[in-house]
Design a protein around this ligand. Structure first.
Ligand SMILES: [Zn+2]
Length: 380
């Protein structure tokens, strides 16, 4: 049986093969029942901190230390377990005080399905001032059965009052080549494909998920097609492309939505109205966050395509990432000047900033495609 098929039944912790030291350290702590109430995972982007956070959450929530196959494990792996909460900054300036208050209210409630609860806080450097202060006391002494997992790039960028309350776990840096090798080994897919997936998704585990999702790969193709066709696109074509992209990005959300609905319907009878409302709010936030990360992913696809065009034009070493669509790279390179590509890359950065500021995806994509079209149509 290929490894990719087995993946679903293996514990997430066992799959942390790019961070063996972290994996063994966490596995030992879980085994001995001596996990900390607050962890701070530190490492550069792509080092697999978020994967490790979900893996630890699974090991804590499962009654069998993260068997990988029980109902609880499957729910955690799908990010639908009601006792594992994921938080990321909801504003461009960082965590909102209202987010931390929601979190603190939730911490006081009993677990819904498991016997413990896990809170994952992404980008802990964005816990600042009042939002950080509100959290400190609970972080130091959470109620029994509550574990915090904070993620950050380095301890210097995080408030010392937060760092001192957590057990720090350093993650080693993983080169893109190593990451692609890991993905290739565990999926049996060609190295070239894995390299592309790592470049788009960031970490090996997310790359594997990308390679398993026909819808996410379709969204990538939609973005590549949109940029490829800009040379001959009129205004209506550009608007249609942006619309098609939003539809493609939302396609994978249907499954999340139906899982959420099923959970709500099943739990509706034994949840209090307050808990139900909280679950609904969290579902809404989750859908928003998923849509945003889907948009960010297609923007990453646009960036990588343009970067490949630049590599093609300048003959830079390393080779292109989008080897499966080399003809598109060559077509754009045939008529574009490096300066135009740099300008087009700026348009992608602007779109990323717009999405972070909560501009609607449709609008951000329209503006970006028009700007790229303008950049590419400048005579070389
Ligand atoms: Zn389990």
């Amino acid at each position: 049986m290929p490894a990719a098929v087995l993946d679903n039944q293996r514990s997430l912790l066992a799959q942390l093969d790019t961070q063996p030291r972290v994996r063994d350290f966490l596995a030992r702590a879980v085994e001995a029942g001596r996990t900390s109430h607050a962890y701070l995972f530190l490492g550069s982007p792509g080092s697999g901190k978020l994967d490790a956070a979900w893996a630890l959450a699974q090991a804590l929530i499962c009654e069998d230390s993260g068997c990988g196959s029980c109902d609880a494990c499957v729910r955690v792996a799908r990010h639908t377990h009601p006792d594992v909460h994921y938080f990321a900054p909801e504003s461009a300036t960082g965590y909102l005080i209202s987010q931390v208050r929601d979190l603190l209210d939730d911490v006081l409630l009993a677990p819904i399905r498991a016997t413990c609860k896990v809170y994952i806080l992404d980008r802990a450097e964005q816990l600042r001032a009042s939002s950080a202060n509100a959290l400190l006391k609970t972080l130091e002494e959470p109620p029994k059965g509550v574990t915090f997992i904070l993620l950050g790039t380095s301890s210097e960028t995080i408030l010392p009052t937060i760092v001192s309350r957590c057990q720090c776990v350093p993650f080693r840096m993983i080169s893109p080549v190593d990451a692609a090798n890991f993905v290739a080994r565990s999926t049996g897919l060609p190295q070239e494909r894995c390299r592309m997936a790592v470049a788009i998704a960031g970490s090996p585990t997310r790359a594997r998920a990308f390679l398993k999702s026909a819808e996410r790969q379709q969204a990538r193709r939609e973005m590549l097609r949109a940029i490829d066709s800009l040379a001959h696109a009129d205004e209506a074509d550009v608007l249609a492309s942006a619309k098609a992209l939003v539809v493609a990005v939302k396609a994978p959300l249907a499954e999340v939505q139906s899982t959420q609905k099923a959970v709500l319907e099943r739990d509706a009878d034994f949840l209090s109205r307050g808990a139900l409302k909280q679950l609904e709010d969290r579902n809404k936030r989750e859908l928003n966050a998923r849509e945003r990360s889907g948009i960010m992913e297609v923007l990453a696809c646009a960036r990588l395509l343009l970067r490949d065009v630049l590599i093609e034009l300048e003959g830079a070493p390393g080779g292109i990432v989008n080897a499966d669509v080399r003809s598109i790279v060559e077509r754009i390179a045939a008529t574009a000047h490096p300066a135009a590509i740099v300008q087009a890359l700026d348009a992608v950065s602007s779109a990323e900033r717009a999405i972070a500021r909560n501009v609607t995806p449709q609008l951000a994509l329209e503006v970006m495609l028009f700007d790229i079209r303008k950049a590419l149509s400048c005579p070389s």
